[in-house]
Write a new protein. Structure first.
Length: 372
């Protein structure tokens, strides 16, 4: 059916007002101008405005109180007790996926706030068209907010756009610089570049000058800007192209690289890995090759995988404190009334602390620099 001009104007106005309300142009509880003034500001007729307001009222975005006016009604985490946690497809098969390590603290903190978590594949939202996805979220009366993982969003992802229009607060766990600005969601993250640099510097402070670097075509904090990471290594006097191992986490490939490194005339004395899982593979292969750790090769991981301390030798790591991140994610969501949909209040972006934890896999001091 072909829509007439009135219906088209009404639909356009509904979308415009919905975007303004969900985008925070109007704060929760804010009274809208009287119809004649608002119609003039929006350059529409009062009839068109009335019909648009009726639709938004039916959606729950507006409350019209007789003799008092029309008020914005944004849902907040205080209204719903369920937190929807969206996970990437087949997350259960990826041992390195960060949700596994944040979830215990998230569940405990949610209970403390009288809330609960509902885990759901991201495809639950992604596979629907945008309007249906928004309706699915908005029609869940138990929902109080959402948590998503990873980062480096473009803002064009279907589930991101649906969440932006849902009217619910969203917190990004372990996101990346720029994600808060791109999405408008709250973020809890670490300074991953500084964390990786601190891991490298801990090895340098232990006397290592020949450090191998294992990474799968990206480096923590630098991502695919490998040249910038190498510039940092040059600034520290520890860059050696023959010690760069840009390879996947595959046993045969890592074994080949490690054998190549240890056969050099001046082999590395330490290895910095892009994750604890990469470091665990390096350590297993080093054991298979009878490379003593840490005497011949110290190994440093990154992330703070809880099982790392039970390895032989226990793995040194840059600990991101996943428990603290998990607690903070839920706290930010549970207290969304302090920031969500409020005028002149910036969406929070919280940078969590990290620590370099030295264990037996690096518990050796190199003194060669003293004699150079």
């Amino acid at each position: 059916m072909i829509k007439n001009s009135f219906d088209l104007k009404k639909d356009i106005l509904v979308k415009d007002l919905r975007t303004r309300i969900m985008g925070g142009d109007y704060a929760h509880g804010e009274k809208l101008p009287v119809e004649v003034v608002l119609a003039g500001k929006l350059n529409v007729s009062r009839d068109t405005l009335r019909e648009a307001l009726k639709i938004l009222e039916a959606e729950g975005l507006l409350v019209r109180i007789r003799s008092k006016g029309t008020f914005v009604n944004l849902p907040s985490a205080g209204n719903g007790k369920k937190i929807l946690v969206l996970l990437k497809p087949f997350a259960e098969n990826d041992a390195s996926y960060q949700s596994h390590y944040l979830m215990p603290a998230m569940q405990q903190t949610a209970q403390e706030y009288g809330m609960s978590l509902e885990l759901c594949p991201r495809t639950y939202i992604d596979d629907q068209n945008l309007e249906d996805a928004v309706a699915t979220l908005r029609n869940d009366r138990e929902l109080g907010g959402c948590v998503i993982f990873e980062g480096l969003y473009t803002g064009e992802e279907n589930y991101i756009r649906a969440l932006q229009r849902s009217g619910f607060p969203v917190v990004m766990a372990v996101c990346h610089p720029g994600d808060v600005q791109t999405t408008g969601f709250a973020g809890v993250r670490v300074d991953s570049k500084k964390a990786w640099q601190d891991g490298v510097l801990a090895l340098k402070e232990a006397g290592h000058r020949r450090i191998a670097f294992f990474h799968p075509n990206w480096i923590q904090g630098y991502y695919h800007d490998l040249d910038a990471a190498y510039d940092f290594l040059r600034s520290q006097g520890i860059y050696a192209p023959e010690l760069i191992c840009n390879c996947p986490i595959e046993y045969s490939v890592i074994r080949k690289e490690l054998k190549r490194l240890m056969a050099l005339g001046n082999p590395p004395t330490a290895a910095m890995c892009t994750s604890d899982f990469f470091a665990m593979s390096v350590m297993k292969i080093a054991n298979d090759l009878k490379i003593q750790m840490p005497e011949r090769l110290s190994v440093m991981g990154y992330c703070g995988y809880p099982g790392g301390r039970f390895l032989t030798p226990p793995l040194s790591t840059v600990d991101l404190h996943y428990d603290a991140i998990g607690r903070k994610v839920v706290e930010v969501l549970a207290r969304a009334d302090r920031w969500f949909g409020r005028k002149n209040v910036a969406v929070p972006e919280i940078i969590m602390p990290h620590d370099v934890v030295m264990r037996e896999s690096t518990m050796v001091k190199r003194v060669e620099p003293l004699f150079v």
